[in-house]
Design a protein around this ligand. Structure first.
Ligand SMILES: *[C@@H]1O[C@H](CO)[C@@H](O)[C@H](O)[C@H]1NC(C)=O
Ligand SMILES: *[C@@H]1O[C@H](CO)[C@@H](O)[C@H](O)[C@H]1NC(C)=O
Ligand SMILES: *[C@@H]1O[C@H](CO)[C@@H](O)[C@H](O)[C@H]1NC(C)=O
Ligand SMILES: *[C@@H]1O[C@H](CO)[C@@H](O)[C@H](O)[C@H]1NC(C)=O
Ligand SMILES: *[C@@H]1O[C@H](CO)[C@@H](O)[C@H](O)[C@H]1NC(C)=O
Length: 363
């Protein structure tokens, strides 16, 4: 009986969903009805285009390998989250906030990610406007009200429980906060270990708010090794023969190390939700084993020295599939695609804890 009730609810939910987007559907149904994306420039798909900020990418050579050209993605082709959307069976990438509203397409999910955004509100302020994680959660609250107006409360609650959520935040709290002592006081207030604890505590509260807004399948994307990004190598002039900047990597690893216990805590306290950690350091390692050798030291595009993004209409490498980084921070299409594939179906147990995104979708 309980089963019948819940499956007829699901039917109701799915039929209203299909009705809403039947015009756009081509292939089979996606594995989940919707996908909501929170993050920074790694996931951004144009949310910064109209903001007063230097952190933009809606110009060439960004998008040089993307159908239709530049969009505000910080890479040459689709992003990591674009590939996740395809792996989940969506026939189209998840739209940015403005585009989702314009097209009334938000029941499928929204991409709220914004370049330079952080867990902390002040993170990235020196670069201009950005949509912090708190502000992204505010936009999600707004979108949910729009969905309720269309589907009603019951179907909306069910829908929100079925969606996948990926949250990718924290890199800017280091690159554009803690390690910029001339603009931000955090490194004088906290040791790296204390800062990791303060950040993860704030992150935990934000993730619980996301849960309160109905999220039940949440993938937390861990940080990559910031100290190996070409921009940081040149900024901290890694001329020691060292491959990466150790103090940056040590700091982000302290943050990453807290995410596993956070996932455990959330899963044991929020028993009807599933949180999982996607470990980007492990995945980068798994991925390098499956890709040809890439140039990891220099970016593919000519960058703006001060911030590491591509120079508008600047030089760009011809063989983009031979580089790990497109600009000073962001991976090329080939790396993003490989990292997404491993996030979706883990190659080693350490890549995703406890579930990869495919397992999360099936729950
Ligand atoms: C959102 O996406 C659309 C379509 O790619 C793009 O035209 C627009 O500039 C993006 N950003 C905003 C803020 O609308
Ligand atoms: C270079 O090496 C010295 C001594 O080992 C170290 O103190 C310094 O931080 C290193 N520089 C970089 C950029 O890693
Ligand atoms: C579990 O969640 C409740 C309600 O949000 C909270 O009061 C409690 O402190 C949490 N317990 C742990 C161990 O996190
Ligand atoms: C499970 O989620 C529902 C809302 O969907 C909530 O009312 C209920 O309290 C939750 N149960 C637990 C154990 O968290
Ligand atoms: C990467 O993987 C190799 C084995 O495949 C392992 O020896 C090494 O410790 C790994 N490095 C990291 C940072 O996980």
């Amino acid at each position: 009986m309980a089963f019948l009730r819940s499956s007829s609810r699901k039917l109701l939910l799915f039929s209203s969903f299909f009705l809403l987007c039947s015009q756009n559907r081509v292939l089979g149904a996606p594995q989940v009805p919707c996908y909501f994306i929170f993050g920074d420039s790694f996931s951004d798909n144009g949310n910064n285009n109209n903001l007063a900020t230097v952190v933009k990418s809606n110009y060439l050579p960004y998008g040089i390998d993307f159908p239709g050209g530049p969009t505000g993605r910080f890479t040459n082709g689709p992003t990591y989250v674009d590939f996740i959307a395809l792996l989940l069976g969506f026939d189209r990438y998840i739209r940015n906030f403005t585009d989702a509203l314009t097209n009334q397409d938000f029941v499928r999910g929204v991409n709220y990610a914004s370049g330079a955004a952080g867990i902390r509100d002040e993170t990235g302020f020196r670069l201009g406007d950005r949509i912090s994680f708190n502000h992204q959660l505010g936009r999600h609250f707004y979108i949910i009200a729009k969905i309720r107006a269309i589907l009603g409360d019951r179907a909306t609650n069910l829908l929100l429980n079925e969606c996948i959520y990926t949250v990718e935040m924290g890199t800017n709290d280091y690159a554009n906060n803690y390690f910029m002592p001339q603009f931000y006081p955090t490194s004088r207030l906290y040791t790296p270990q204390q800062f990791a604890v303060v950040l993860v505590n704030q992150y935990a509260r934000q993730l619980m708010y996301l849960y309160d807004l109905g999220a039940r399948k949440v993938a937390i994307i861990g940080l990559g090794l910031l100290g190996c990004a070409p921009q940081e190598l040149s900024k901290f002039s890694a001329s020691n023969g060292s491959t990466c900047i150790k103090k940056l990597n040590d700091a982000v690893i302290m943050f990453n190390d807290q995410l596993r216990p956070l996932v455990q805590r959330l899963n044991s306290n929020r028993t009807n939700a599933t949180f999982t950690l996607i470990d980007m350091v492990s995945i980068a390692n798994s991925s390098s084993a499956s890709l040809p050798p890439l140039d990891t030291r220099v970016p593919c595009c000519e960058t703006i020295t001060s911030i590491g993004t591509c120079k508008p209409n600047g030089a760009v490498c011809a063989n983009r599939d031979s580089y790990a980084y497109f600009d000073g921070y962001h991976s090329t299409r080939i790396v993003s695609q490989s990292m997404a594939a491993i996030s979706y179906d883990k190659a080693r147990p350490s890549d995703a804890y406890p579930y990869d995104i495919h397992q999360l979708a099936m729950m």
